[in-house]
Design a protein around this ligand. Structure first.
Ligand SMILES: C[S+](C)CC[C@H](N)C(=O)O
Ligand SMILES: N[C@@H](CCS)C(=O)O
Ligand SMILES: [Zn+2]
Length: 345
């Protein structure tokens, strides 16, 4: 499924309808790469796997599809031309690595869909597990703070020297490459402040970016985005951007999500997406998560119907969530909204 170039918002509505009213976003990619043995203690973080272990990325994407995800987010969150160049990789090879992140996700989707259609011939049409399963590939763009690799995507504090133009210059070429790489949409994720949202909005307009985008902010107080900038103002920037087809929150503790959905709704009619983290805290110096501050999968999933009823129409997980979290989200959504089939004796 692709969005093409016309009426992106209509096609998003159609995707959501095909997904049963509420689509499932995948879970933590880096988390699962680590669970599969990757060492991400590196300034490139998960993007290191684009160089060393693309097979792991493909496996994790497939695990999320099998768990019920309708949206795969690519491994380009911390993949930047500048970051690759600082490792001695040429500009051309860096751009190839960005494209590769999209290719891997598209390939995983193709493999999954082939298997899925093979299996469908062996089961009754009315079995809920074999319903139509639309899948979008969302090319991730992490913030300038992610590139800094100092955890500043959780502070949004870039200092006075970083201006709107700095951020536009930083993201411009990467956005162009990812937008032309065959993904269905761009996922601007973990956006920590208003200036970066403004930079993305201007770049999308300036480039006349071919594919639509979503804007997803993070919060650590349940009111504002992590920098302290107003979420309402940030979401309004996303709302004014015609190519933006969904607005929401990611990598934020589950307990804050309900209130944040209500805030976003005040300024947009666009679909709302939420993919919280487990509630744990990231120690950027040690490059590790502080254990025992998060919620269990059961607790996470107990929020799902609340988020859905509050108006979220894309729900998934971010850091420290796993295929088990996504499977439970998918079940919770489908149990609640599927009309049971009556069996004919
Ligand atoms: C979303 S955080 C866990 C990403 C990693 C961070 N930018 C770092 O490199 O430490
Ligand atoms: N897409 C990234 C988000 C980090 S906040 C990941 O799942 O690793
Ligand atoms: Zn995250």
């Amino acid at each position: 499924m692709g969005f093409g170039t016309t009426e992106p918002w209509l096609l998003m509505r159609e995707f959501l309808r095909e997904a049963g009213g509420c689509a499932v976003i995948d879970g933590g990619l880096a988390t699962e790469l680590e669970a599969n043995g990757a060492d991400l203690n590196d300034p490139l973080w998960s993007a290191k796997c684009l160089i060393n272990s693309p097979h792991l990325i493909r496996k994790v994407h497939l695990d999320y599809l099998e768990a019920g995800a309708n949206v795969l987010i690519t491994a380009s969150y911390q993949a930047t031309i500048q970051g690759f160049q600082s490792k001695g990789i040429s500009k051309e090879e860096s751009e190839d690595l960005l494209r590769k992140s999209v290719e891997i996700a598209c390939e995983a989707r193709d493999v999954f869909q082939k298997e899925y259609s093979k299996d469908s011939h062996n089961v009754e049409d009315n079995e809920a597990t074999y319903k139509q399963h639309p899948i979008l590939v969302a090319a991730s763009i992490g913030s300038y703070g992610a590139f800094l690799a100092d955890g500043s995507e959780y502070s949004g504090d870039y200092g006075e020297a970083v201006t709107l133009e700095t951020l536009k210059d930083f993201h411009r070429r990467r956005l162009q490459v990812l937008a032309d790489a065959g993904a269905d949409l761009i996922a601007f994720e973990t956006i920590p402040n208003k200036i970066e949202a403004q930079a993305y909005a201007e770049l999308v307009e300036e480039n006349n970016t071919k594919i639509p985008a979503w804007f997803s902010f993070n919060s650590k107080d349940g009111v504002n985005v992590v920098s302290g900038d107003s979420l309402i103002e940030c979401a309004s920037i996303a709302n004014s951007c015609k190519r933006v087809v969904a607005v929401g929150i990611n990598c934020t503790p589950p307990r804050f999500i309900h209130g944040l959905i209500l805030s976003i709704q005040k300024v947009t009619d666009k679909p709302i997406l939420v993919y919280p983290n487990s509630g744990e805290r990231y120690d950027a110096d040690k490059k590790e998560w502080v254990l025992s501050t998060g919620v269990s999968d059961e607790d996470f999933v107990s929020y799902v119907s609340i988020w859905r009823d509050a108006g979220a129409s894309l729900i998934g997980g971010c850091c420290r969530t796993t295929p088990n979290t996504i499977r439970a989200i998918s079940r919770a959504l489908h149990e609640e909204y599927d009309v049971p089939q009556t069996s004919v004796p």
